[in-house]
Structures are given as structure tokens and as C-alpha cells.
Write a protein that binds this ligand. Structure first.
Ligand code: ADP
Ligand code: MG
Length: 591
């Protein structure tokens, strides 16, 4: 008996409550993924505190230190001691508040999460207190508490992020990538709070200094001056749902996804569903692979939307999703229509296009009948083709004796875009722009010796960049030089181009440089070679070795010869066909 009792006494419960620091660390994993998450939480707290001025200071892409200084309502001594405890918030008092919350934060999780994965120093003073207070917390423990001489408002400094979780620290990306995320968060906050002055200082350099303004001015300040002409205002109201903002003109769409912003009740959100509604409005007006610029604010009754389904709060659920979808879709479409913006799509040559064009060619008159006869509804390239044929230039002459030419095995140009050439028993149809891409890509792939392949510009080209683009410029500077650009830094956020790669035509320095930066944003890669290749691909698409539309016989032969001297003549660097082969069977089948 005695021994059984003893046994019972020894058996212990296996379930234990996790120590507070561990529990907090686990919770923090959801809220704090990277330095940018801290930036977001701290700035949102400042906004919730009604700050008029918010300054963000970043060191080592936030890995070393992030500081946010605001002039908001501040905290008294008691609140400073509470604010970093889990589920401590001044913003949510009763359960129903959860459904009508207007502040950015409400969970009381951010500061507690930060304090469990980094060193957190808070200084704060309310307007009524004479002196402020300061507290230092690390690993969820208070290390220091004292009085502090500060102006009304709050200074929060976060140091040594993930000092206690090496795996998380190692998981962080390079400084460039982390900094990009920080800029993104900062920009989102700045766009949705244009009455607040924002400053961003990175490594002691002021990157943004945004003064109180309206949305349009803020867009121009953040992005670039020329956005003034690139965006149009969008406004719609229906049954208590307000849609406002700016959308980009279709022709200014980009290959990057970086410039799409959707805010619901002033909170940045991600919604593939609403994103789709916007893209749908642009359907037929932009290339499928491109994304229009938009900054759209949807404001509606807080009870009609649930923003609580995700801890980082970027996902949402609308009570009536279909209604919101069609409202957004129609208001964007209306905006585009109102400004009567004409379509502009580049299409890539394919065999179907060729068939259509050939079947619509009126052999009797040597002219294309009219634009409606051609079953292609698209933009720029079509105009180009139509213009050149309409003016009865060489193209149509060439065409009238094309049969003979092919028999002579001379190359023949068709509709400016294609070259026909017989090779043995086959007819090859080259898309000469595609061919030029391949040739240029391989020519510059190896990189050039310093400026030996550079032609000097008569007048240097100065290019102003916005501050975040300038950061990217620094990364790709050497890559650009290796293609043969004589480029240098000039002033605070500008570069100057003194020379361009030799043997290349159609060089628009500004477009190229901006395009390179976009490519890098788009790819967001840390791998040096990938970055270089993407720049090179873009370059090869934008320039020509032969720029004339109507090619001479020598020029056509030169392109074909150079193409077949390439390592991979069949495809463009992007994998599009450079030429197609038509054997006798295929041609006979056409009849
Ligand atoms: P939440 O924002 O969800 O309430 P946080 O952990 O981000 O939770 O902040 C906890 C509390 O600390 C806030 O509710 C607020 O009262 C206070 N606080 C945090 N940052 C500031 C600030 N910059 N100014 C004034 N009070 C702040
Ligand atoms: Mg908060």
C-alpha cells in the first residue's frame, strides 16, 4: 500500500505553461517577419497617436536599428510600463469595438512581439506631463527605467532584431531586399496619410521628406514628377461605398507589380479579387503581362468588412464581395473611358497573325484594303504597318515582285516586320526584331572592356531619379557600365550618361535606365548574374543594330548572317521564336 501511494506522489503532470518569453516569441513570429514589419507597426502606432510628424531612421536595413519619432499624444509613465505587455492596447475596449475599429492597431500585439525578438527602447511624454519617461525591454524583460527629457510624443528604437533567434536572423534577405520592403511599408503609410509629414532617413541620408499635401501631390513626390501626367483621378460613390484614388493611363503600365495599392478604410490590403476587378477594366488596353498603376481607396461602413482574418492584417473579406468587385471594375473602366485613352498594345508576331495579314492583302491593288478588313484590333504596331503600306513606299514595290525575289533567293521584307528567305527547300520567315534581340543579347553578354565599345554622346544626358530608384541604381551601376554605357553619378539623385554602347541604334537613355531599374524591381533577385541578364534582356529588346523600318538587301542579309552566328539562333533571350520554317507541305496546305 505504502509503495503505491509513493508512486502516485511521484507522477507529475506533463503539461506546463510555456514561459512568457517563449510564448511571446511564438506569437511574434506571426507579426514580425522582417524589419519592414516593425516599421509598419511603429508608424501605424504613430498614426493612431495622431502624430503630425513622423520620422523613420533606419540602419543596416533595419537589422541593426529602426527608430520612429513622432509628435503624437505620447504615453505617461504607467502606460509606458504597460504598452509592451501582450494584449495591451488603448484602442479596443469592448468586444463590439472589434467590428467598428478605425485605428490601425487594435490587438495590442506589436510592441510585445517586438520586445520578445529585439531590444526595445521607448521614450514618451504626453502633453500634460512635465517630463517624459524611458524604458528598455529585452527578451520581454525590463532592463532599465528612468526619466527622460523629451518633447511631447514618442521615440521608439528597436535594436538587434532576432538577436535571440539566429535562424530568423539568417533567414533575412540582403540589405537591398530588406530595404525595399521597408520603403514599401513607408510608402504605403505615406500614401494613406497625406496630411502627415513623413521623413525617412537611411544610413544618415534623407531619402524622403514628404510635406503635408493632397494625394496627387504625394504620389508625384513619392514616385516621380512625370506621374502628374500619367495618372487620372477615379471617383465613385454608391450606397455608402466610396471609391477614390488615382489610376495610371494604360500606356504607362509596367511590367512590375510594385505600383498597385489598395486601401480599405485607409488600411493597405491585398486582395487578388479586387485586383482582378481592376485589371479587368484595363482588358484589351494593356499587354497581358503588364500591370497598371493604381492607388485606390475603398471606404465603407466598418461593419461591412472584416479585416481581422489575418494577424498582419493585409487580407480582407467584404460582406458583399460581388458588389465591391463590380463597383471597382466599373468605376475604373469609366475613368479610363472618360479620358478616352486610346489602346496601345504591342503584340508579338505569330503565325496566325501572318496568316491573317497575308489573307487580307489585296494583291490586285498592292495595298491593304482598310484597317477594318484586318482582323487585328490592336495598337501601335498595327498603325506602323498600316502607315507604311498606305504611303505606297518601297514595301509595296518589293511586294509586287516578291515571287521573283524568292526564286532569286534574295531576302524579301514583308510589312516591315518580317523577312522571307528561301533556304534549300524551305521558306524561312524571320521576325527581324526578335532576331536583333538575340544578336544584341549575345554581343553584350560577355561584357565589354571599359568603354572600348562606347560611342561618346555629343551632349551628356542627365537623368533624375526618385530616391528609392536611385538606391537601385547603385546596385546596377556596374552592370550598366559593362554593357558599354559611360555613366557616372551626378548630384544627389541623378546620373549622367556621356556615352552609349557602340554599334547600337534607337538608344533612348532615359527609357533604358528607367527600364533597367524596373527590371530589377520586377525580378527582386539577389543573384548578381540574374540581375545582369534581366538588364541585358531589356536592353536587347529596346535597341536595334539596324533601326530603319525598310531594310536594304544587305541589311537583311546582315541580320540573317549575324543570327546564324549566334549560339542560340532559334529563340530570343525570352524564348520567343526568331523565325519559322515553312516546308513545301505546309505551303501547299494553305491552298
Ligand atoms: P495596438 O496598436 O494594437 O494597440 P501595440 O502593441 O502596437 O498595440 O501598442 C500598444 C499600445 O501602446 C497602444 O494601444 C498605445 O496605447 C501605445 N502606443 C504604442 N505606440 C505609441 C505611440 N507612438 N504613441 C502613443 N502611444 C503608443
Ligand atoms: Mg499597434
Amino acid at each position: 500500500m505504502v509503495s503505491v501511494q509513493k508512486f502516485h506522489k511521484k507522477e507529475m503532470s506533463k503539461i506546463k505553461l510555456l514561459p512568457k518569453a517563449v510564448a511571446n516569441q511564438i506569437a511574434a513570429g506571426e507579426v514580425i517577419q522582417r524589419p519592414a514589419s516593425i516599421v509598419k507597426e511603429l508608424i501605424e502606432n504613430s498614426i493612431d497617436a495622431n502624430a503630425k510628424n513622423i520620422k523613420l531612421i533606419v540602419k543596416d536595413a533595419g537589422k541593426e536599428s529602426i527608430t520612429v519619432i513622432d509628435d503624437g499624444m505620447g504615453m505617461n509613465k504607467e502606460d509606458i510600463k504597460k504598452c509592451f505587455l501582450r494584449h495591451s492596447t488603448s484602442k479596443l475596449k469592448v468586444a463590439e469595438d472589434l467590428y467598428k475599429i478605425k485605428t490601425m492597431g487594435f490587438r495590442g500585439e506589436a510592441l510585445s512581439s517586438i520586445s520578445s525578438v529585439a531590444e526595445l527602447r521607448i521614450k514618451s511624454k504626453t502633453k500634460t506631463c512635465k517630463i517624459g519617461n524611458e524604458i528598455v525591454i529585452k527578451d520581454s524583460k525590463v532592463l532599465e527605467e528612468k526619466k527622460s527629457e523629451i518633447q511631447s510624443g514618442t521615440i521608439i528604437n528597436v535594436k538587434n532584431l532576432f538577436f535571440n533567434i539566429p535562424a530568423r536572423r539568417n533567414f533575412l534577405k540582403s540589405n537591398n531586399v530588406e530595404l525595399r520592403h521597408i520603403f514599401d511599408e513607408f510608402i504605403r503609410c505615406a500614401l494613406s496619410n497625406n496630411k502627415v509629414n513623413f521623413i525617412l532617413v537611411n544610413e544618415e541620408i534623407e531619402v524622403f521628406n514628404l510635406k503635408e499635401s493632397n494625394l496627387k501631390k504625394r504620389i508625384i513626390e513619392i514616385f516621380k514628377k512625370d506621374y502628374e501626367k500619367k495618372v487620372i483621378e477615379c471617383k465613385e460613390e454608391f450606397d455608402g461605398i466610396n471609391i477614390t484614388g488615382y489610376i495610371g493611363k494604360p500606356e504607362n503600365s509596367k511590367k512590375t507589380r510594385g505600383e498597385q495599392f489598395l486601401f480599405v478604410n485607409n488600411r493597405f490590403v491585398k486582395s487578388t479579387y479586387i485586383g482582378h476587378a481592376i485589371y479587368k477594366s484595363y482588358e484589351g488596353l494593356i499587354d497581358e503581362k503588364k500591370y497598371p498603376f493604381y492607388i485606390i481607396f475603398i471606404n465603407l461602413d466598418t461593419s461591412k468588412v472584416d479585416i481581422n482574418i489575418h494577424p498582419t492584417k493585409t487580407e480582407i473579406k467584404f460582406e458583399d464581395e460581388k458588389l465591391i468587385y463590380s463597383l471597382v471594375n466599373s468605376s475604373v473602366r469609366k475613368t479610363i473611358d472618360k479620358y478616352n485613352i486610346s489602346p496601345s498594345i504591342n503584340f508579338d508576331a505569330d503565325v496566325n497573325f501572318l496568316k491573317e495579314a497575308v489573307s487580307n492583302y489585296d494583291t490586285n491593288k498592292g495595298k491593304i484594303k482598310n484597317s477594318n478588313d484586318i482582323n487585328i484590333k490592336r495598337g501601335n504596331d498595327w498603325d506602323e504597318i498600316f502607315e507604311s503600306v498606305k504611303s505606297e513606299n518601297k514595301t509595296s514595290n518589293l511586294f509586287s515582285d516578291n515571287e521573283e525575289s524568292i526564286l532569286d533567293n534574295k531576302p524579301v521584307q514583308f510589312l516591315n516586320k518580317f523577312i522571307f528567305k528561301q533556304l534549300g527547300e524551305k521558306l524561312l520567315v524571320f521576325n527581324h526584331r526578335n532576331c536583333q534581340q538575340r544578336i544584341i543579347f549575345e554581343k553584350f553578354e560577355k561584357g565589354v572592356n571599359k568603354f572600348s565599345h562606347t560611342q561618346q554622346n555629343l551632349f551628356p544626358q542627365y537623368i533624375d531619379l526618385n530616391k528609392s530608384d536611385f538606391e537601385i541604381m547603385k546596385i546596377i551601376f556596374e552592370d550598366i557600365r559593362s554593357i558599354g554605357f559611360d555613366i557616372d553619378y551626378f548630384g544627389k539623385n541623378s546620373v549622367v550618361i556621356n556615352g552609349t554602347p557602340a554599334g547600337i541604334n534607337d538608344v533612348n537613355e532615359k527609357d533604358l535606365i528607367e527600364g533597367f531599374i524596373e527590371e530589377v524591381k520586377n525580378n527582386n533577385t539577389d543573384i548578381e548574374n540574374e540581375r545582369r541578364i534581366s538588364i541585358l534582356k531589356f536592353f536587347s529588346k529596346k535597341v536595334r543594330i539596324i533601326s530603319s523600318k525598310v531594310l536594304s538587301e544587305e541589311e537583311m542579309n546582315l541580320i540573317i548572317d549575324k543570327l546564324f552566328a549566334c549560339k542560340n539562333p532559334k529563340f530570343t533571350p525570352d524564348g520567343k521564336q526568331n523565325y519559322i520554317e515553312l516546308g513545301i507541305e505546309k505551303v501547299e496546305n494553305l491552298f
